[in-house]
Design a protein around this ligand. Sequence first.
Ligand code: PAF
Length: 273
Amino acid sequence: MKIVSQPEELVHFRHTLQGSVGFVPTMGALHNGHLSLIKRSIAENDHTVVSLFVNPTQFLPSEDLSTYPRRQEADLKLCKLAGVDAVFMPESGHMYSLVEPTLCAPETLGYALEGLRRPGHFDGVLRVVLKLFNLTQPTRAYFGKKDAQQLYLIQNMVRTFFLPITIVPCDIVREEDGLALSSRNAYLSPQEREDALKLSKALKHASRLVIQKEFHAKVLECTMLDTLAPLHVDYARVLRRDFTPLERVELGNTLIAIAAYVGSTRLIDNLWM
Ligand code: PAF
């Protein structure tokens, strides 16, 4: 497995690859969720490149950039065992210069839901993902459905910037008890880990109601808030998959999304129906 830290080196390596290239961008601290994206990329492509880069431009000044879990050695081992061809792990100074154009997420979506609490977060995500795409020139890129808004904005960027890349959305991976895997789960104390189950429970509760033909978005949202109590909830919303509001669930085009604080850790989860 090749380990690359300089952008130019990655471009050079990419030119040596024949056939399809799958790309899995990550911020490291790899868990089984990442591993499922990596395995899928390996199964569907001739080569797989993974990036490990805690991207500073997507963190707000108040957020956890300095304490974000970093486990480089373990991450590299996992990638090697999985059969990854190359890992790109640049320094921040290699990725950004002091003077460069920036990229803004569309205002309507980039600053709603996740973007409302984290203004500028998606600008930073799109900026780094575009750079990573340019360096890696993948045939396919793999993203988890857990970050549904990120996934949608990246699909939108690829479509509107005419990037010749297929975005592959991958299902959320959960612990046996339902907790969606996240690098931030590492912050949870045993009691918080228990409380965090309220997110997946609220989604399950809402989906059960839909199966019983309760389609009113407001009713489902209130039910989720009840299940999530006493957590500090950022949002519990029933939306279309393009993030426009709806009054009644449209089966096949609906996303139920939650963001809530468990202690000081902000977790997100969602369900596609
Ligand atoms: O989802 C993530 O881990 C990050 O937002 C990404 C896509 C790797 C960009 O830094």
